[in-house]
Ligand binder design. Structure first.
Ligand code: ATP
Length: 292
């Protein structure tokens, strides 16, 4: 009889807004012990999932499953880069952008069953200033909001919307020079998003045409955001028609350089990283195997 696939579940107990304590028992209940051997480990601090994922890959697990949101998925994915272990996702975050893009079920029982009988496929991986991202990265207002969101004390979509509306009142664009596809653009940056997947999460489609396997990043540039345009952008995000709305400019490229006139914050997969003035953004095609 062939050996059962080994799956390691890494749970971030801090993801999302649902604080139920019995997630390990639920996972064990939902999977079929005849089909898989599994282990469950909990993250103890931010950054721990990357370390645990790398260790699980070294132990020979076929799949390491991020049980959490896009931040946890990012950490686990980073830990698996360069290994032969696949990333699985059981979505438990606030936004779940990558899970939604890959059409992974949002309900825990269905997601656990899917990861036990998966289809394996490879996805592209983006890097911004050396930091990997799998869903989106960005400069400007979205990064600023992710920084304020992390400091807000509460999570979830309603906190995110409250923080975004509060910060919108005083956030201003920064002048940037963007080099891509042999062209140089001098423009202002309110938001510059680099999309590997189509959405930020919560079905907010920043780049609805983004294909996670096409070897290209979709860039979405919003140079300023007066109120009328803010309404059009919000509708475009919700309806998935931002490119047709004319409220943002889109490009595709595999390698982008951005130089900003003043320090600009950036995020990867919704988690704020730092401020910088020079950005190198690049895509490595099909660099990570994912269980979907
Ligand atoms: N045990 C832990 N204690 C505190 N923070 C943790 C722990 N484990 C992981 N983290 C951090 O929690 C952050 C948020 O988690 P995650 O992104 O999974 O949830 P979310 O923000 O609710 O979901 P989403 O990103 O989909 O909106 C991650 O960036 C991760 O670094």
């Amino acid at each position: 009889m062939p050996a059962k696939p080994r799956i390691c579940f890494l749970i971030n107990p801090n993801s999302g807004t649902d604080r139920r304590q019995d997630v390990p028992a639920l996972i064990t209940h939902c999977l079929d012990a005849d089909d898989v051997d599994h282990e469950i480990r909990l993250t103890r601090y931010a950054g721990h999932a990357e370390q645990l994922a790398r260790q699980a890959a070294a132990e020979g697990f076929r799949t390491v499953v991020a049980v959490g949101g896009d931040g946890t998925v990012n950490e686990v994915g980073r830990g698996l880069l360069g290994t032969t272990t696949a990333l699985g996702i059981v979505p438990r975050g606030s936004g779940n952008g990558l899970a939604r893009h890959l059409r992974i079920p949002l309900a825990l029982p269905a997601a656990v069953q899917r990861v036990c009988r998966p289809t394996f496929q490879r996805i592209d991986v983006g890097h911004i200033n050396g930091r990997a991202f799998f869903c989106t990265a960005g400069l400007g207002f979205d990064a600023h909001v992710s920084k304020c969101f992390a400091e807000a004390g509460t999570r979830g979509l309603s906190t995110y919307v409250k923080v975004a509306l509060r910060e919108y009142r005083h956030y201003r664009s920064t002048a940037v020079t963007v080099t891509l596809n042999g062209e140089t653009l001098h423009t202002d940056c309110y938001v510059l998003a680099f999309a590997n997947a189509a959405q930020y999460g919560n079905n907010a489609y920043i780049a609805p045409l983004a294909d996670i396997r096409d070897g290209l990043l979709d860039l979405c540039l919003i140079d300023s955001l007066p109120i009328v345009r803010a309404v059009r952008v919000s509708l475009g995000l919700a309806l998935g028609n931002l490119p047709a709305s004319g409220a943002a400019v889109f490009h595709t490229s595999r390698h982008i350089r951005v130089q900003a006139a003043a320090p600009l914050g950036f995020h990867v997969d919704g988690d704020y990283v730092a401020a910088a003035q020079d950005f190198e953004v690049a895509l490595t095609p099909l660099a990570l195997e994912v269980a979907t």
